[in-house]
Design a protein around this ligand. Structure first.
Ligand code: ZN
Length: 417
């Protein structure tokens, strides 16, 4: 086992669990802020820690193009490069290749594309994506999948699903052969447990490491010849477009490949919310209950609560951060657009029920002034509040699961639009 996942409580299909990574524990259901280019835009790492983020995303496509994965490897991996000691997940790069790059061409081998930055030509294959993600050193690595256009005809969706399965096998083969090359191994070994705040209080951490990582590596110097830390884990991705039977088949065949966690990709691409839920429900029936399940790229606050209630453990989305930079705030009273003139003299906080550092200190009037003046602080404060709202929402969901009752939070504990 490379990624211990311990279910601590459940409420119907929802579960409250803990994922144990080499960079600390992640309490689930978890919302993961997106740190595209080695930064959650506008938010310093110490504030992310204060907000309670236990895991964030890095984007393979962006980091590969700039500053380059080999540079990040030389800097000790993404954790060290960006000074983030908690858990990291990297996507496969596929989604951005399909959404950002130009002149992309999909073949069995992989996807050739031109950089959106400078037009240079590149090729992503499953093996290349694994090589890049291992160099970046994420705790959780994603298999390389095809992100299909939407809508798609059934035969097209099937063909894409089949290729994603072949790519999943190639991803796994390369990953298993190379996962011990991740750059953070020696750094974690080289310091004592109590230097890493994420490992405090987790009895058994050291013991589990020894059990899981008994395999020695030749390059470890004699003075560091202790057992290796936990290697990264690779998640498979279920595809299948908007066809429930293809989704189920994709789930069954991805599970046959035996990953320590599973993601559901290709959703929230323009389909109705009811369709998204149908696809998630179809796949959750198949995925093993004792492994983490991750729905990629969702969603609004009320959606992530709903999916957690269905038994989803991990979610990520650019929405809270991107919307913040456009002046859209998520609050217990619904969404507000801070640039609206009605807030010009509003002495209240962004969200009267939020205890975040922004709502504790600043008025809506000031936030509006910053935004309409195009002050950089506007993006910072708006993003901090929105992330606080999302992370607090998931904290409330976890608490409700431990109490065995999600009905309150599903029926309005989180404000809808
Ligand atoms: Zn707030």
């Amino acid at each position: 086992m490379t990624l211990p996942f311990k279910i601590q409580a459940d409420a119907g299909p929802a579960r409250q669990a803990r994922i144990h990574t080499a960079h600390g524990d992640v309490e689930t259901p978890a919302f993961m802020p997106v740190g595209t280019a080695g930064t959650v835009k506008a938010v310093p790492q110490d504030i992310l820690e204060d907000l309670g983020a236990q895991i964030i995303l890095g984007n393979t496509y962006h980091l590969y193009l700039r500053p380059g994965h080999e540079l990040v490897r030389k800097m000790g991996g993404l954790h060290k490069f960006m000074s983030w000691e908690r858990a990291l997940l990297t996507d496969s790069g596929g989604f951005q290749v399909f959404s950002l790059s130009e002149l992309r061409k999909v073949k069995e081998e992989g996807v050739s594309f031109r950089s959106h930055l400078d037009g240079t030509s590149h090729l992503f294959t499953p093996e290349r994506s694994m090589e890049i993600q291992i160099a970046l050193g994420a705790d959780i690595v994603m298999a390389f999948d095809e992100c299909m256009e939407h809508p798609a005809e059934r035969e097209r969706a099937r063909a894409s699903m089949e290729m994603t399965l072949r790519w999943a096998k190639r991803s796994k083969d390369y990953f298993e052969a190379h996962k011990h090359e991740c750059p953070w191994g020696d750094r974690v070994i080289g310091r004592s447990e109590n230097q890493n705040p994420n490992h405090k209080g987790h009895e058994g951490t050291q013991k589990e490491r020894i059990v899981d990582n008994a395999q020695p590596r030749a390059v470890v110097p004699r003075e560091l010849a202790t057992p290796l830390p936990r290697p990264p884990a690779l998640f498979g991705i279920v595809q299948g477009g908007m066809y429930a039977d293809l989704r189920r088949e994709s789930a069954e065949r991805t599970v046959e490949l035996d990953f320590p966690g599973y993601a559901i990709g290709g959703l929230s691409v323009g389909e109705s919310r009811a369709k998204t839920m149908d696809m998630i429900a179809a796949v959750l029936e198949i995925l093993p209950k004792d492994k983490p399940r991750y729905v990629m790229g969702v969603g609004y606050p009320e959606e992530i609560v709903q999916y957690a209630a269905m038994g989803v453990d991990m979610m990520d989305c650019v929405l809270p951060t991107r919307a913040a930079r456009h002046g859209l705030l998520f609050t217990s009273e619904g969404r507000i657009n801070i640039k609206n003139a009605r807030y010009a003299q509003d002495q209240g906080p962004a969200d009267p029920k939020c205890a975040c550092r922004v709502c504790s200190r600043y008025t809506r009037a000031y936030l509006r002034h910053l935004f309409v003046s195009a002050e950089p602080l506007a993006g910072v404060l708006n993003t901090v509040h929105n992330l606080a709202f999302y992370l607090d929402t998931m904290r409330s969901v976890r608490h409700a699961i431990t109490l065995g009752d999600l009905s309150g939070i599903l029926s309005g504990g989180v404000s809808l639009t």
